[in-house]
Write a protein that binds this ligand. Sequence first.
Ligand SMILES: Nc1ncnc2c1ncn2[C@@H]1O[C@H](COP(=O)(O)OP(=O)(O)O)[C@@H](O)[C@H]1O
Ligand SMILES: [Mg+2]
Length: 365
Amino acid sequence: MDGVVKRHGSFTALHGLDLSIAPGEFFALLGPSGSGKTTTLRILAGLEEVDEGRVLLDEVDVTHKEPGERDVAMVFQSYALYPHMTVGENIAFPLKMVGTPAAEIAAGVRDAAARVDIGHLLARRPGQLSGGQQQRCALARAIVRKPRLFLLDEPLSNLDAKLRIETRAELRKLQRSLGVTTVYVTHDQEEAMTVADRMAVFMEGRIVQIGTPKEIFLAPASVTVAAFIGTPPMNLLAAHLEDGQVVVQGASLPVSGYPGERRAVTLGVRPGDLQITEQGIAARVEFIEDLGDNVIVNLEVQGQRVKARRDRVPALAEGQVVHLAFDPAAAHLFDAGSGARLPASEDNGRRQPIATEIGKQERDL
Ligand SMILES: Nc1ncnc2c1ncn2[C@@H]1O[C@H](COP(=O)(O)OP(=O)(O)O)[C@@H](O)[C@H]1O
Ligand SMILES: [Mg+2]
């Protein structure tokens, strides 16, 4: 996508998107509701006209091509199955439309259904399936044509939490086995982080960051991205940078990579990087959430909620005053005004984006 602008009357939904997705990539569009993800997907599918810019598919300008001429398949949030047709007929439909011979259709349906484990449900109607099975039927219908581009709009949002986690892993496997370039829309950062090779973070009709999940996690480009990524997301506190130290509520803590600078900043520290100790930023324990495999300690600093993640329940009482510290390399600094990430003056191995391949390997582990 090259400088794509989309307007609805006086409202601009997309402010000039530039986006390049590589062949075979599993690419996520991540952002809050209303940020322009679905609009972007519909433009790729040819369901929505652009006001400015171009859409190129394999170097060919398809900006004004009809959906049928693009060889793309889309799975909608609502599944959009035909209720009066059987599962088999639903999956066969895209092949029938292009006049595929019957024997080829039968083989294609069997293969697509087997890939998503619904081979035994072909004679049923959508109304006789569970939500998860309907979702698989919609996937099978999309992959049966072996499209060049596979578009998924929040495909898991109607499933319960457990099924969502199982299905996203299967979807990832399915995409790998098909090798089809996939664009996947979600507002769930954990989902994007676990399935995508790379992702674009959307905010208010703009892409604010593009990278591997690991790159974006390790070096969010702004306070807005930082506040959106991670479970729970990064803690953000008003602070001052002075001679390689951040000063928060009178406590000075060293940060690596910013020698000699003096300015107002927003300090970001991930919950897992926050240490509860004897010295540092004074904080009051509000309450402790035991999630089983980890524990979230909720604290108050500057009238703000701050979260620290622990492996086990710490010996802390509600209301107790403690102190917070962190490794100098774990601090993220953002401009207090614009919210943009401050460039570190040296690579401290933490703040700089790491190589794509390393990010991918780590995620696959
Ligand atoms: N047909 C339309 N008319 C007017 N506004 C629209 C239309 N379609 C989308 N929008 C607006 O464009 C913005 C982006 O929408 P959308 O792409 O659906 O967001 P997302 O999928 O990220 O939730 C939203 O503010 C939405 O209200
Ligand atoms: Mg949407």
